[in-house]
Design a protein around this ligand. Structure first.
Ligand SMILES: Nc1ncnc2c1ncn2[C@@H]1O[C@H](COP(=O)(O)OP(=O)(O)OP(=O)(O)O)[C@@H](O)[C@H]1O
Length: 713
């Protein structure tokens, strides 16, 4: 805002808001551009979305209140927020802009009226009006109130007896001299400067002289009567509105200046008497000092001035006053004039009148001083009021901005809410659909359940009968299986019996490095050994023949050797006793054949593997418990190899024979095993406890007989 941009009274109103309306009236206001920057918000014309009412202007005067910055000579300010509050600012229709000017000093004349119930004090308003009038008169000195507010001009009766005979009367706009019914002579139009002549056929019959009102002068013009001598005069002006007869109030408004002092302010003939009605404004004072004559100037405010007749009369009462003041100046023209008038008063009376007038003058001066002080006081009050107005205005702006932002926020919330409502509605609808589906599904489920229960009962009875059949079949099969297995076992063992209870195999190890180095060679004919006959050759001829169940050549591996002993594992699990042992000279390969190496396991390990495989295979039918005992016969003594070294020899072990002819060693440790690892652990414990030594034929020769006994239950 620019503080210097003070203007006409300002009215702020919000015609659209349903809320409390706020209207402010100022004698001045800040001028904004059509785009107002308020804080961070730039309000453009296009932002004006609120219907706007500008008080004091006709609705059709303009469409865009901001774009129309001047209406009928008044400045108009408009701005609007998108908030529901406010805001429109316009110039007051009552006071013309040019009456005030743009002076910042006019701040003193600020008056405030808050139409929402807050009003400025009457004193402030009165002072404001007074100041306004003073400023409007453009007179720095105090003037009579009649100068700044036009009093209702008298509509003089045409036959008024108070009117004295004019010294000059002009029939304005006419070249004819006419005489009125009252005898006044209106001469032809002269003494004018500017304007145009207007004539009409309309006769204003009710006037003192209808012909006077049939011609007129229109425009900005003036009259100068320079043949009038010094003195006091009264001027009568004849008006009639014969042109804008269909117009309205405010179509033609003008001022009249006599001797360049405003004598009539904002005269609106139509407003006073309407159209085609005579209007006589009389007794307008004119004082002629010297040879200047009388000048009358007409100046338009709205439209062009118009006048039909002018009369100038002598102001006798003023002339009398002059004579009173000039009583001792015997040779003066004034005295002569007073003498002519024959109205000179006695000396005493004149002195009394003089004293009385001096007192009146003093009183008037005192009142003027008092009014000046009061004026200053009121000005201060006005300044304070204006400051609070400014604060209020700022507060109002701030509130408006706040309201605007709240409105935005609310709008956002409302949108969000409506979105949520619509989502909720959709969800509710979906929920209803789902509930209906659920009911439908429940009904179907109930139907299916009943159907299923019925079917289930049928199926259950069917299954039970089938199961019963299967159980019976199973039992039958089981009996048959057991029977078959028994038969198979018997047949199998019969086969073993047929093969012989004791079977002897011969395995020949390959020549070792020493033997090869010593030039030794094989003396066995292994081609012939395929049939179980072992020929020992000497010097190329067969020297002796041995018969075995099978003969394994040096090329036979551990798996081939185990193949012929594997069936014994099945026999053992079928309840037969079996014994596998190796016999032979030292270094011939007994340990290798029975134990083997980690890479090439021997008969022991492989037989145990086979045992546990069959146990796993039969676990659903038979439950086996396995224990392992390891003993050594060394120097014709029995040693328990699963007993720790410190306990060795504490108990003497012997081989006993029971009543059934079975041999056993009472007190021998039996280690219960569940898998191959536990068995192998027991065997390794026993192996480590064996008595070993070296012989000429074997570096790690076993010096004992080692038995591994497996008990099965
Ligand atoms: N079939 C074979 N193939 C290869 N090497 C073998 C074979 N049989 C035995 N050997 C080797 O011969 C050597 C002697 O074998 P092993 O210790 O088994 O004889 P042994 O009969 O147990 O001797 P001892 O009665 O003195 O304990 C070992 O080094 C062994 O690896």
């Amino acid at each position: 805002m620019d503080v210097n941009d003070w203007h006409d009274p300002l009215l702020i109103t919000d015609a659209s808001s349903q809320q409390q309306q706020l209207s402010l009236s100022f004698n001045k206001y800040y001028r904004f551009s059509s785009s107002c920057d308020l804080g961070n918000t730039v309000m453009e014309d296009s932002d004006c979305c609120t219907p706007i009412k500008i008080e004091g202007c006709n609705a059709g005067d303009f469409k865009d209140p901001v774009a129309e910055s001047v209406i009928n000579g008044r400045d108009v300010l408009g701005f609007s927020l998108t908030s529901p509050d406010l805001v429109i600012c316009t110039g007051s229709p009552d006071i013309p802009a040019r009456s005030y000017g743009d002076s910042p000093e006019f701040l003193k004349g600020c008056s405030i009226s808050l139409e929402n119930g807050i009003k400025g004090s009457e004193e402030v308003q009165a002072a404001t009006k007074l100041l306004t009038d003073w400023q409007g008169s453009n007179d720095e000195d105090l003037c009579l109130p009649a100068h700044f507010e036009l009093p209702s001009p008298p509509v003089v009766e045409e036959n008024s007896s108070e009117l004295s005979v004019p010294i000059i009367s002009i029939n304005v706009g006419s070249t004819d001299c006419i005489s009125s019914e009252s005898g006044i002579q209106f001469s032809e139009d002269k003494y004018f400067c500017g304007g145009n002549v207007l004539s009409t056929d309309t006769r204003i019959e009710e006037s003192i002289c209808a012909s006077v009102y049939q011609t007129a002068r229109v425009g900005n013009f003036s009259y100068h009567f320079n043949n009038i001598s010094a003195g006091f005069y009264l001027v009568d002006l004849h008006f009639v509105e014969v042109v804008l007869t269909d117009g309205s109030t405010g179509d033609r408004v003008f001022d009249v200046y006599i001797q360049e002092h405003k004598a009539i302010s904002s005269l609106d003939i139509f407003a006073r008497v309407g159209a085609n009605k005579p209007l006589l404004i009389s007794d307008l004072e004119a004082h002629v000092d010297g040879e200047e004559g009388v000048s009358i100037r007409f100046e338009g405010v709205i439209g062009m001035p118009i006048v039909c007749g002018i009369s100038i009369r002598k102001h006798y009462s003023k002339c009398t006053g002059e004579c009173e003041l000039l009583e001792f100046s015997e040779n003066s023209p004034q005295r002569n004039s007073l003498e002519v008038n024959g109205d000179i008063k006695a000396d005493g009376e004149l002195q009394l009148a003089n004293v009385s007038q001096e007192k009146e003058l003093e009183e008037v001066k005192r009142q003027v001083e008092e009014l000046k002080r009061e004026n200053e006081l009121k000005c201060k009050e006005c300044a304070e009021a204006c400051k609070s107005l400014k604060d209020l205005q700022n507060e109002l702006m701030r509130k408006s901005m706040h309201v605007g932002s709240l409105a935005f926020a609310i709008e956002g919330q409302v949108k969000e809410k409506s979105k949520w409502f619509s989502s909720l509605r959709d969800l509710t609808r979906n929920l209803k659909i789902l509930k209906m589906d659920q009911i439908k599904v429940s009904e179907e489920a109930s139907t299916y359940k009943q159907q299923f229960l019925a079917d289930f009962a049928d199926m259950s009875s069917t299954i039970q009968s089938k199961l019963k059949e299967q159980v019976e079949l199973h039992e039958d099969l089981k009996i048959k299986f057991i029977k078959g297995a028994k038969e198979q076992k018997e047949l199998y063992n019969k086969v073993l019996d047929l093969k012989g209870n004791i079977r002897v195999f011969c395995r020949c190890r390959p020549l070792n490095a020493e033997e090869t180095a010593a030039g030794a060679s094989m003396t066995i004919d292994f081609e012939a050994a395929k049939d179980g006959e072992l020929n020992v050759k000497s010097n190329g001829t067969s020297k002796k023949t041995f018969k075995f169940d099978a003969i394994f050549s040096p090329q036979a591996n551990q798996a081939e050797v185990f193949e012929d002993t594997a069936p014994l594992a099945t026999s053992v699990l079928d309840g037969y006793n079996a014994c596998i042992f190796a016999y032979g000279q030292t270094g011939t390969g007994k340990t290798f054949t029975m134990e083997g190496t980690e890479e090439s396991r021997g008969v022991n390990y492989r037989t145990l593997e086979e045992l546990f495989r069959i146990i796993e295979e039969r676990k659903n039918a038979v439950c086996y418990e396995i224990s392992v005992s390891v003993l050594e016969v060394y120097n014709e003594q029995i040693r328990d190899l699963l007993v720790s070294g410190s306990q060795q020899g504490m108990k003497r072990l012997e081989i006993k024979q029971d009543g059934e002819g079975m041999h056993h060693v009472p007190g021998l440790v039996e280690a219960h095993v569940n898998n191959m690892n536990e068995v192998w652990e027991a065997l390794r414990t026993g192996s480590n406890a064996r008595a070993v030594g070296s012989t000429n034929a074997n570096e790690h020769s076993s010096r004992s007989h080692w038995f591994v006994h497996h008990n099965l239950w």
